[in-house]
Design a protein around this ligand. Structure first.
Ligand SMILES: Nc1ncnc2c1ncn2[C@@H]1O[C@H](COP(=O)(O)OP(=O)(O)OP(=O)(O)O)[C@@H](O)[C@H]1O
Length: 873
């Protein structure tokens, strides 16, 4: 079907409005179909040179109306079908369900006098319904239903409640009537103040109707005995000012007793709801950064403060940077001027350099920010020269030097091979495959020590921040090589060939990339192109010595909701470079060497060798199982096994991070963390996030919804913490200083505007850090279709974590809770291989996730094709 002709060639066509085609024909040529925002897709319209002459006008693919030849032929009428795949379309789904189907009824009458319209007859004759709907109606099933009923709760300012009265009612009587003052909101406050049930429940306004019924006649709440309802606060636009801020407080503050109570924050009575919101962190304000720095400055830890200041700069939330620098300069420079030996100018230079060093580790530079320094003080080197000097000056620890003499036989062979290549100035790319615990990291450290102790450069990178933090001088591959963030992008990195970063890479004798099995192959191909360009050498990886490492038994690159094929296709083994890479193997499990049987079991699980019963299910040895009795007692047993006594563990809180409950899904992690946080001793502090929609006009509409969004990588809207509880970082704040996505810490200070914590793992164990609130985005656009930023501390409690998050971590006690079975390749293997012996792992299988009939069976997904492609088995 063709549209038109219209436009200039036929300005009078029916589609024309104000000189333009209402349907935007002719459309643009497009090589492929793509999504368009808030409209139909942009369909593929190839410019294939074909056209037809219609009404003396040549029409081509741009004028084709999307059609389905099949449907046209089948129904012999004007029909088309569009497949919609956007969350927003749910609204249309509802619209059409309630609106009902389109119908048409017509009569052709000739010469017969006009009759009265018989609507019943029209309805019976003109309506076509499908067989399922006919049956639905015959059986009398409800056509539509809203359950549970929704109670809309009013939001009004004090004495601004709406009143309804008859036209003849005297105003005086209305005003004097005590019931006039009572609304659902005012009575919610008085119930919280006086009713023991309401104060015991300690709930939000929106949850109140679940427990209490509104008695309209008496205008009061009374305890609900039956029927489930949900409450929703009426929408208020941010343009309504105070009323909007009142609503914001009501959706976040539990059990408020009056309007004034809502304005009370930390014992201070504010005069407006807006101020109360700001001081509760529910609104963005310029004061936040100032309060955060002034609170942290009280701790007199200048180096932590510099790091905090740098993070605030990098995450772009400082407001007037110059003012902040001037105000906090004394606290930022305190340690340099302490002994009185340095001149003020030297102190200034040292402070600038120290802040710049932190910024450099986050790939930024102090000159990126609008701060002017007095006396012409400056950092003399450019960013990459400093990077170069930093790489050359990485200290080799005695432990790493000693490890060279303690390599096992397998490690020694590989060590000799690589070092010989380095010494002979040769080239080559290698992939070191070894199941978890076979000493890959140990070997990398020995190789890095070998190169660096000779004064040469060795670059250590990893696919994830956690793995990078396990290598001395480790960085994420993306940040070190400036690789494109979009994994599909095949472009080379943005490194200038003439710059000092390119010089450093050119001079590097060895490049190590850990967890390459988790990297998207496009990132590795991008590195290959970059190295060829920098080294002006067509050989793979520019003829440099590159050692990749990883374990394809563990989880593969992240492809959101990707199929098996998509995951395998994104993997290194599917790259054209794979065949050029020499494969090296480590077999001896050094982590679990005290338990050789467990080592064997792990390998079988990873390879998918354990006898399969049906559909990827494996049997778990009984001594590793917590028997399922009922959900509460069995889960309790698992929890007690992992965390036997918090009081004992608190003598050394760092021991807590050696223990974890692992589970496949994020919502289960959140539930377990809430449960354990309640059991953890101490007073809890709650931090409520501020959620801002990217489109300001959507703010009022989605305020309530955004508080419920909980996706992986996003901290909870209400973050509940206690002193000494274990937490995990959710962003790469500063990988060079051990602050990576996945770093585990112990919470030490619960400030109002910052969190003080001690790193618990890796080379930076024991280091104290200040963590600010930063704006965070969800990477899962499908689960969270409304673009928004959540300003919250980038952390989560980590009594429990997802199995994927545990990859790369070694744990002393691992409790695996399979409320649902694992859902992707390598997950089960990653879970159990975090422990050193079979006695340090316990698994609880929920009956819903077990194999039919067998309580000791569960799913173990292994994509064997990846092993065939990698030819490593
Ligand atoms: N030659 C060795 N001598 C003594 N200990 C070793 C040796 N090789 C490895 N180890 C120890 O074995 C444990 C596991 O080693 P490592 O972390 O290097 O394994 P990995 O293969 O990198 O594991 P994963 O893939 O799970 O990250 C570590 O505690 C490490 O110190």
């Amino acid at each position: 079907m063709m549209h038109g002709p219209c436009g200039l060639s036929n300005p009078n066509n029916v589609c024309m409005r104000d000189g333009e085609c209402r349907s935007y024909y002719p459309k643009k040529f497009a090589d492929c179909t793509s999504d368009a925002s808030n409209s139909y897709p942009n369909y593929r319209r190839r410019n294939d040179g074909k056209s037809v002459l219609y009404k003396k006008v040549l029409l081509d693919n741009r004028s084709v109306i999307p059609y389905s030849p099949y449907l046209l032929a089948k129904f012999d009428c004007h029909i088309n079908l569009e497949i919609c795949a956007d969350m927003k379309l749910v609204k249309y789904l509802y619209k059409y369900i309630y609106k009902g189907h389109d119908k048409l009824s017509y009569h052709v009458i000739s010469g017969v006098p006009q009759q009265l319209r018989d609507e019943i007859k029209d309805f019976q004759e003109g309506r076509w319904i499908s067989a399922p709907e006919a049956l639905w109606r015959i059986f009398g099933f409800p056509m539509s239903e809203i359950y549970p009923p929704v109670i809309v709760l009013p939001v009004h300012l004090e004495h601004h409640q709406p009143l309804r009265f008859g036209i003849k009612q005297p105003l005086e009587m209305i005003v004097k009537n005590p019931l006039s003052e009572k609304t659902m909101l005012t009575e919610f406050f008085s119930m919280n103040a006086s009713d023991p049930d309401a104060s015991r429940l300690n709930i939000l306004y929106k949850d109140f109707p679940e427990y209490f019924v509104w008695v309209v006649v008496d205008r009061k709440w009374k305890l609900r005995k039956r029927q489930m309802v949900v409450g929703r606060l009426c929408t208020v636009s941010p343009f309504e000012g105070e009323r909007y801020f009142l609503r914001l407080l009501l959706i976040n503050i539990r059990c408020p007793k009056s309007f004034n109570d809502l304005k009370m924050v930390a014992g201070h009575q504010y005069s407006t709801f807006r101020e109360a919101c700001v001081h509760r962190g529910l609104l963005e304000s310029d004061e936040y950064v100032d309060s955060c720095l002034s609170e942290a400055a009280l701790f007199e830890m200048p180096s932590c403060l510099r790091s905090l200041f740098s993070m605030l700069l990098v995450f772009g939330i400082t407001g007037d940077t110059q003012k902040l620098w001037d105000k906090y300069y004394p606290a930022l420079s305190e340690d340099f001027g302490y002994d009185g030996l340095c001149s003020p100018f030297d102190v200034l230079c040292k402070t600038i350099s120290a802040v710049d060093a932190v910024l450099m580790s986050m790939d930024r530079c102090i000159y990126d920010f609008p701060i002017k320094f007095v006396h012409g003080a400056s950092v003399r080197l450019d960013k990459y020269s400093k990077d170069y000097i930093h790489e050359c000056s990485i200290k080799v620890s005695d432990e790493d030097m000693l490890s060279i003499d303690h390599l096992n036989a397998g490690q020694q062979v590989i060590y000799d091979k690589i070092t010989r290549k380095i010494l002979s100035g040769g080239h080559g790319s290698f992939f070191l495959d070894g199941p978890g615990g076979t000493g890959k990291t140990y070997l990398y450290r020995a190789l890095l020590a070998f190169v660096r102790s000779g004064g040469e450069i060795a670059l250590a990178v990893a696919s994830s921040g956690v793995a990078a933090s396990l290598l001395p001088g480790g960085r994420t591959a993306h940040s070190r090589f400036k690789l494109p963030i979009d994994a599909e992008d095949k472009s080379i990195s943005k490194i200038s060939k003439q710059g000092s970063l390119a010089k450093m890479i050119y001079e590097a004798k060895l490049i190590i990339w850990d967890e390459a099995s988790m990297a998207n192959r496009y990132s590795i191909e991008s590195l290959d192109l970059t190295l060829r360009d920098i080294c002006s050498e067509p050989k793979p990886f520019g003829g440099k010595i590159v050692l990749f490492g990883g374990d394809f038994r563990q989880t593969l690159p992240i492809v959101v909701r990707g199929s098996r094929e998509a995951l395998i296709n994104a993997s290194f083994v599917s790259s054209h470079l794979w065949k050029d890479v020499e494969k090296l193997y480590l077999h001896e499990n050094m982590r679990a060497r005290e338990d050789p049987l467990f080592t064997k079991f792990l390998l079988h699980v990873g390879n998918g060798d354990i006898p399969y019963i049906y559909d990827d299910n494996i049997r778990i040895p009984s001594h590793m199982l917590v028997p399922f009795v009922d959900i509460n007692s069995s889960l309790d047993e698992l929890i007690r096994w992992v965390y036997p006594s918090f009081d004992d563990l608190l003598t050394n809180p760092h021991l807590l991070v050696g223990r974890a409950l692992l589970t496949p899904k994020n919502d289960c992690v959140a539930e377990l963390n809430d449960l354990l946080m309640d059991r953890f001793p101490g007073e809890a502090k709650e931090y409520i996030s501020f959620n801002r929609t990217d489109d300001a006009l959507q703010q009022a509409e989605y305020d309530d919804y955004l508080t419920t969004v909980s996706t992986s990588g996003l901290p909870p809207h209400i973050l509940k913490l206690k002193k000494n509880c274990p937490i995990m970082l959710l962003r790469n704040l500063n990988p060079v200083q051990g602050l990576c996505n996945g770093t585990r810490l112990i919470c030490k200070e619960l400030g109002d505007n910052f969190i003080g914590a001690e790193i618990s793992t890796g080379d930076f164990k024991g280091q104290y850090v200040f963590i600010p609130r930063i704006p965070l985005e969800s990477s899962d656009k499908a689960l969270c279709p409304i673009p928004f930023k959540r300003r919250q501390f980038p952390i989560r409690p980590c009594f429990a974590m997802t199995i994927n998050k545990a990859q790369g971590q070694t744990l002393d006690f691992v409790g695996i809770y399979l409320r649902e079975p694992v859902f992707s390749h390598g997950q089960f293997y990653v879970g159990i291989s975090r422990s050193k012996t079979s006695n340090s792992v316990k698994i609880l299988i929920h009956p819903d996730s077990k194999f039919q009939g067998g309580v000791d069976f569960t799913k173990n997904i292994v994509y064997k094709d990846i092993f065939l492609l990698a030819a490593i088995k």
